[in-house]
Design a binder for this molecule. Structure first.
Ligand SMILES: Nc1ncnc2c1ncn2[C@@H]1O[C@H](COP(=O)(O)OP(=O)(O)OP(=O)(O)O)[C@@H](O)[C@H]1O
Ligand SMILES: [Mg+2]
Length: 388
């Protein structure tokens, strides 16, 4: 990331835009309805699958929802399963998240330690949460026994204190990478339905994989949670939010220009922040249409290595199909005229490519037809093709 900030502008104005999940302390754009819906579901102990494309604000939103729930007396447990590499780690991260929430309350901490007998907590100070816990597997258990014990123990923990609780599994689709994933799904589902006074939120961005877990009749999680899709941010709120942040940090961004940021990014939260970040860096007093377009080009340049990497993971046929759909979204990618127009080769090749790309969340099928999920990636693909 280019040099943040402030010094470049006289040491006073700090760039207010964020490229990471938003800390609780900074302004948040909209999501009022989503906040209240999710609060209500948690209050009803309803399970929810929260999905969206990557970097749409799921984690930022969930952190706020949990913060609010905690203020209303709910015990909120947040577990990120990103990069999970073994079934025991599932239990260890689970218990670690419980410990890190209850450690301040002696009686709850003791209850947790009593039910997670095989999982010993190791504390270390954490700047964000005060204290972080990793968990050591104290007694090695065969196969999935540790998971069963952990989930059974958690049920007892919930019962013992009549605690109302929300458990959020972030990047939940990652468990499908484990060889024991079927067992985890089945076990979790069977214990979950006996757990009282708790809502489980399953969050993820590999939507096809996550959706298949919950919408496939043959899978344990079938119909066990409400599907909740996080949409793009709305234009009016975004424009006000951005104009406000520019203004609070010493720059004037007229509302129509702020709305232009939304248009260029199609309301994609990560890109709204990123484009605004570059525009803030480059503009002097007032943000103009010209600085908006300069910022956009800079953002494309900055994203290029990542987009290149995304392409490197693909076969030539898949790349050709991505280029075609970026250029011309379509309801009929198999139509002969479309195949010919975009030189896509055989029907069979396209059929295979179109299977893989939604799994990776590069392409999605909407009521309007097939489109590239990430609008900036689509723009980059079009620009790249035009230059070749
Ligand atoms: N409501 C919002 N207002 C302003 N910016 C937001 C909002 N929601 C998300 N963002 C911005 O979008 C970016 C992505 O947010 P976040 O990491 O929460 O998304 P995510 O959906 O969890 O992403 P991933 O799929 O990578 O896990 C962050 O840079 C954040 O600043
Ligand atoms: Mg996230």
């Amino acid at each position: 990331m280019p040099g943040t900030d402030a010094q470049a502008h006289g040491g006073k104005m700090k760039n207010p835009f964020h490229l990471k999940p938003l800390p609780l302390s900074v302004p948040f754009c909209d999501r009022e309805k989503e906040m209240s819906d999710l609060m209500r579901y948690a209050g009803n102990f309803t399970n929810v699958v929260l999905s969206s494309p990557r970097r749409y604000g799921k984690t930022s939103l969930i952190k706020r929802v949990q913060d609010n729930l905690a203020k209303h007396g709910t015990l909120t447990i947040y577990i990120d399963y990103f990069g999970i590499s073994s079934i025991d780690e599932f239990s260890a991260r689970f218990a670690g998240a419980v410990y890190s929430v209850v450690y301040k309350e002696k009686s709850l901490f003791e209850k947790a330690a009593k039910v997670f007998t095989s999982l010993r907590p190791i504390m270390r100070p954490d700047p964000e949460t005060g204290m972080a816990f990793t968990v050591e597997v104290a007694k090695s258990k065969p196969g999935g026994q540790l998971l069963e014990e952990t989930l059974k123990g958690f049920g007892e923990f919930l019962k013992s204190g009549k605690i109302s609780c929300n458990v959020t599994f972030d990047e939940f689709q990652e468990i499908t990478e484990l060889k024991e994933s079927k067992f985890i799904e089945g076990t979790l589902r069977s214990y979950m339905q006996d757990h009282q006074n708790v809502s489980y939120f399953f969050v993820g961005s590999r939507r096809r994989i996550l959706m298949d877990m919950f919408n496939d009749k043959k899978r344990p999680f079938y119909k066990s949670a409400i599907n909740y899709v996080l949409p793009a941010l709305p234009v009016e709120d975004t424009a006000k939010y951005l104009a406000g942040l520019f203004c609070a940090n010493g720059k004037n961004c007229p509302l129509p220009v702020a709305a232009g940021i939304h248009t260029l990014t199609e309301g994609y939260p990560y890109y709204i922040q990123k484009l605004s970040y570059f525009i803030f860096e480059a503009s002097k007093g007032t943000v103009t249409e010209a600085s908006l377009h300069d910022g956009f080009q800079q953002m494309l340049l900055e994203e290029t290595p990542l987009f290149e990497l995304m392409l490197q993971a693909l076969r030539p046929r898949q790349i050709a199909l991505l280029h075609a759909i970026a250029k011309e979204a379509t309801k009929a990618p198999f139509a002969t005229a479309y195949l010919t127009r975009h030189r896509l080769g055989s029907l069979g090749g396209v059929q295979a490519a179109i299977k893989k790309l939604p799994e990776m969340d590069y392409l999605e099928k909407t009521s309007a037809g097939w489109k590239v999920v990430d609008p900036i990636f689509a723009h980059w693909l079009r620009q790249k093709e035009a230059m070749e």
